[in-house]
Design a protein around this ligand. Structure first.
Ligand SMILES: [Zn+2]
Ligand SMILES: [Zn+2]
Length: 315
């Protein structure tokens, strides 16, 4: 081999080596984008909105197990590591998940965090039902049940459209279409509520825990709860006596309770007053049966509207 050939040969080898090192990172990036990014979501409303926007393009992992009281949840080590491995962690905020506030400090830089309560319209919690002084509180300055205001669900859909588009820009157009379709359904639901609760004999909504403040405010209902904003609060004797009086005075026909939450006091009030005890789903979580029968935020809110219309004798 003469010198000239050696140089040409050497040049080819160098080009191959440089070429390999140049192209291999690109190949790796391409492979990574084939596996769907994982998005961990805490509450059911976030799970529903995330699935509606993402379709099949992202892996949406719900954190809180089905059919449990979401107020009482905190993640075990396995659930924490699942969150740590996700590209995006979205939680309700406004004091709903105290565990999330601590956890987010420990998450790696590869897990982006969204506190959805920072993006929606909140109601202050100061006006909620009385409870005994010195009682331990599990809620903050704002009422965390904001998903029961349909306008907030619309806002949440818009936020996730924009966040998912950043996470997976190639799917931005799909996300835009999915978000628009879901928002259309929410707007239809909202107008059904407005029309369905426009003319009612009774506008007093009595619930077990104070989950329906947003729904009441959006639909001009008087909202009274037996216990406070969190499901672990204990009602005061005075509060119970006041509610019994209110039920009798206003001729309230129905006391609502929630499936996953202790409802002894609501049942007692119903018995005392002769009112009917009826379940109302606050959508903090759904049961396995509800999920299996393809129930969604939309179908359950429809069901809730029927129960409200019957209880309040709406036209
Ligand atoms: Zn609640
Ligand atoms: Zn309270």
């Amino acid at each position: 081999m003469d010198t000239k050939r050696l140089i040409v040969f050497g040049g080819i080898i160098a080009a191959i080596v440089i070429g390999m090192s140049f192209f291999s990172p690109k190949l790796q990036i391409k492979q990574e984008s084939i596996a769907s990014p994982v998005v961990s979501v805490s509450t059911f409303s976030l799970y529903e909105v995330a699935r509606a926007v993402a379709g099949e393009t992202l892996e949406i992992h719900p954190i809180i197990p089905l059919g449990t009281d979401a107020h009482m949840f905190s993640p075990n080590p396995k659930q924490v590591s699942g969150i740590t491995e996700s590209a995006l962690f979205i939680y309700n905020g406004a004091g709903f998940e105290t565990w999330a506030e601590n956890l987010k400090q420990t998450l790696p830089k590869t897990t982006q965090v969204i506190d959805m309560s920072q993006k929606v319209a909140l109601i202050k919690s100061e006006g909620h039902g009385e409870h005994d002084q010195g009682e331990e509180h599990h809620h903050g300055m704002y009422d965390p049940h904001y998903w029961l205001d349909i306008d907030n669900m619309i806002k949440m859909t818009q936020i996730l459209e924009s966040e998912f588009s950043k996470l997976s820009p190639a799917n931005a157009e799909l996300y835009h279409g999915n978000a628009a379709a879901y928002i259309g359904k929410l707007q239809k639901l909202k107008s059904e509520y407005t029309a369905g609760l426009a003319e009612c004999k009774n506008r007093t909504l009595i619930t077990n825990h104070d989950a329906f403040g947003y729904l009441a405010k959006a639909n001009h209902l008087e909202n009274v709860s037996v216990i406070g904003l969190s499901s672990d609060e204990q009602p005061s004797a005075k509060n119970i006596a006041d509610i019994i009086n209110l039920v009798k005075e206003h001729g309230v026909k129905t006391i609502f309770f929630e499936e996953f939450i202790n409802d002894n006091v609501s049942q007692t009030i119903a018995r005392e007053t002769g009112a009917k005890a009826q379940s109302l789903q606050p959508l903090e979580n759904i049961s396995e049966d509800e999920l299996k029968s393809h129930q969604t935020y939309l179908t359950i809110m429809d069901e809730n509207l029927k129960k409200l219309r019957e209880a309040m004798e709406c036209r």
